[in-house]
Design a protein around this ligand. Structure first.
Ligand code: SF4
Length: 364
């Protein structure tokens, strides 16, 4: 069982074998201007992505739903989702961004006002500064607690789900509070509502998620089938991306500052964090020259791969230089830290500039 509210590390292979997630590989050639996360196998799996690839190929309407739970600071791992949204926006998708304040309340005990503030300060400000365009018509952002369509739809959908099913998916017990038990239905409504009449009717919809969110996807797909006659739902698709490893080698987490690069960190803090991050280097320089480093186990390499080095050739060279012992960790970290610092110098300025815009967005 996968618990979407815990921070356990996921076994990707097991996930593919046990839960029927398909490898993403087949779409890498089919899609034009493939996203870098797809090309580099960071997006590794999917359910029914064929419908989305077809919609993009034929220039047909499709939607992307990607929620955020404002329960702490936004870190660089969360940036991956925004990068995908920007890519989908360029491909002509309708973008829906639910702010999961009801989930933050029921699962983390964060009240609605605090969630709103976190959503604006930490998330929306960074989304805009990263380049997601909220001026476009086909983008919608909302707080779950303030969206009547979502509340009504969740209630209707809940009629055909029972406790045994929720227990089997989420492991709920007799002591789980009812708000926590109900909130997955709100998420199901988030994912399905782009397909109701008021939002333009049935259309292929994709949800890019980390694999820990797969229980919500499975529940949504089952419920979509049950309500096909009533709403004409097309079963939603999903993609799964690997989590970025934390700077200490554990999972990157907002609640563990040492593991994470926060998008609100200063350029100097980011530089320092990278210089002291866990690498895949050997015990001594001599050993590293002889045996090479292990980029597969290096958090710095992941940052370069996920966020910093765009040209494939450059990344490949770095990989081989590391493997062959041609580059030492000290030098490599300096390079990565300088690149990240440069990115944050620009990004921090942008964040300050767009703060007002972010505030206004939830007033609409
Ligand atoms: Fe990581 Fe770079 Fe050291 Fe290789 S040389 S292990 S990529 S820090």
């Amino acid at each position: 069982m996968i618990d979407p509210w815990s921070s356990a590390i996921i076994d990707y292979e097991k996930l593919i074998q046990q839960f029927g997630i398909k490898p993403f590989e087949e779409f890498k050639k089919e899609i034009k201007n493939t996203h870098i996360l797809m090309k580099r196998n960071i997006i590794f799996g999917h359910r029914d992505y064929g419908r989305i690839a077809k919609a993009m190929r034929e220039g047909k309407e499709f939607a992307v739903v990607s929620g955020m739970m404002p329960s702490g600071k936004m870190h660089i791992g969360h940036k991956m989702v925004v990068d995908q949204l920007i890519w989908y926006q360029k491909k002509g998708a309708d973008i829906y961004i639910p702010i999961a304040d009801m989930e933050a309340y029921s699962a983390r005990g964060i009240d609605f006002e605090e969630s709103r503030k976190l959503a604006i300060d930490e998330y929306i400000t960074s989304y805009i500064a990263l380049g997601l365009d909220f001026e476009k018509e086909n983008i919608s952002i909302y707080l779950q607690s303030e969206n009547q369509i979502i509340g009504d739809l969740a209630y209707i959908l809940a009629k055909r789900v029972n406790f045994n099913e929720m227990r089997a998916i989420y492991g709920f017990s007799g002591s789980t509070n009812l708000a926590h038990m109900y909130v997955p239905l709100i998420q199901v409504a988030d994912i399905l509502h782009p397909q109701i009449k008021e939002c333009g009717g049935p259309k292929p919809t994709v949800v890019p998620v980390g694999p820990d969110q797969d229980p919500h996807i499975r529940l949504t797909r089952d419920i979509a089938e049950r309500f096909k006659n009533r709403y004409g739902f097309i079963t939603p698709s999903s993609t799964y991306h690997r989590f970025i490893t934390g700077l200490t080698g554990d999972k990157m987490s907002s609640s563990k500052p040492k593991t994470a690069i926060f998008l609100s960190d200063s350029p100097e803090t980011v530089e320092k964090k990278i210089k002291s991050a866990k690498s895949g280097g050997r015990e001594s320089l001599e050993e590293q020259r002889e045996s090479g480093g292990v980029p597969e186990e290096c958090t710095v390499y992941e940052l370069l791969q996920y966020h910093l080095v765009e040209p494939d050739k450059e990344l490949e060279e770095l990989y081989h230089d590391c493997k062959n012992g041609n580059i030492m960790c000290g030098e490599c970290k300096m390079k990565a830290a300088a690149m990240m610092k440069k990115f944050f110098e620009k990004f921090s300025k942008k964040r300050k500039k767009v703060k007002e815009k972010a505030l206004k967005l939830l007033d609409r």
